[in-house]
Structures are given as C-alpha cells and as structure tokens.
Design a protein around this ligand. Structure first.
Ligand SMILES: [Zn+2]
Length: 213
C-alpha cells in the first residue's frame, strides 16, 4: 500500500520518492514477483509470488511520477480514487482515462468523501460506497471491481455493503502476508510501505509482513 509518489515532498508514511519506489519495483522484479492488478488476484493460484501495488486517494503524482516508472518496467498497479477528497492535488479525469487505457492501471473506489465508514449510519455508508463505484466507472467506462476502506476502518456490515454494491474485492490496512485463497475477499490485508524505509526494512516488510523503523 502506497499513497503519494511525489519527488517534491518529504518521505513519510504518506509519500514515497519515485526513485525509492523505482528501486523497490526493480527489487521485486529481480526476485521474480509477478505483478498483478487487484482484480486479477482471484484468478491465480498461491503457488507463485504475486504482488499487487496499490495507491490510495488518487494523488496527481501517481500520473506525473509513478506512471512513467510503471510504463518503463511494464508493471501494473491499482489506484483507489476518492470522489471529493480535500487537501491534495488529485488526478484529473483525463489522466485517469489515459492511465486506464494503457492497460496497466486498474482503478478502484475509496468512497466519495474519504470518510470513516464506522462513524456514519448505514444509509450514508452505502451511498458513499455505491456512488464512488459509479464515479470511477463514469470515467473509465468499465466496471469498478475493488474497494478500499478509508483509514482501514470497517465492520462486518461494510464488507456486506461492498459485496452488495458489486465489488469483487475490498482491501484493508491489516498487515499480513496471506494467500488470496485463505483470505476473505472483502477484507484483504495490505502491507503499508513507508517512504523512509531503507532496502532492508522493505525486504523485512515484504517477506515477514513487518519491519521496525
Ligand atoms: Zn485514503
């Protein structure tokens, strides 16, 4: 799990420098990881090492700084878009369309207003989930199949809402390495990559699911 990929902002839990990310991708390639988009995951057996790169919130830097790297190495990724997220520079519809049309990027939904679903009533939560799916589909023109819970906050009922909305997977922020076949498809764990990690910490994260900063 990543978020911002800006060369101009400090490395943090929310931002990774493109150069650092490039090194991590090259490392994963060298270790023969197969890169998938999130909705390809259910189709693969757990016999191989698969990795899904995900980027939450729809930062514009995912187009300007991440997309060129993905194209260079022919590596797919999944980006979770939020309809009306405040305080960040987000991808334009044209950028989303171009990335989608490249075949490398799958777009998932991440609610309309980046809300904590556990803090609103069920009607509101359902609306946030359903409308964000429709918003992504109105740009890409294809079914939006994956959902990310903002702040990793969800309860059983939100998993059901995501399923009822027509998603086939939903991702969380639970740190775990597990075969897809052993996971609940509506509560998939993810490993959060912190932009300040060095290569050893990254190695520990992707092999053990944890690291110390
Ligand atoms: Zn988010």
């Amino acid at each position: 799990m990543y978020h911002n990929t800006s060369p101009d902002e400090p490395s943090s839990g929310m931002n990774i420098k493109p150069e650092t990310l490039k090194k991590q991708i090259k490392y994963l390639i060298s270790k023969n990881y197969a890169f998938l988009k999130i909705s390809q995951l259910p189709k693969f057996t757990p016999s191989k090492k698969h990795v899904v790169l995900t980027f939450d919130d729809g930062f514009a830097s995912n187009y300007t700084d991440l997309f060129p790297i993905l194209k260079k190495y022919n590596v797919p990724a999944t980006i979770y878009l939020t309809g009306n997220i405040k305080g960040i520079t987000t991808l334009s519809n044209d950028q989303i369309k171009e990335m989608h049309d490249s075949g490398l990027i799958e777009f998932g939904a991440h609610t309309m207003n980046h809300i904590n679903l556990t803090k609103v009533d069920d009607t509101n939560a359902t609306e946030e989930i359903v409308k964000s799916k429709q918003a992504v589909e109105s740009i890409t023109g294809v079914p939006c199949l994956s959902f990310a819970y903002p702040y990793g906050r969800y309860e059983q009922r939100h998993m059901k809402m995501a399923e009822n909305a027509g998603f086939s997977t939903a991702v969380t922020t639970k740190k775990q390495i597990v075969a897809f076949s052993d996971s609940n498809p509506f509560a998939l764990p993810r490993l959060s990559v912190n932009g300040v990690m060095d290569s050893t910490q990254f190695y520990l994260l992707i092999t053990r699911g944890r690291f110390k900063l």
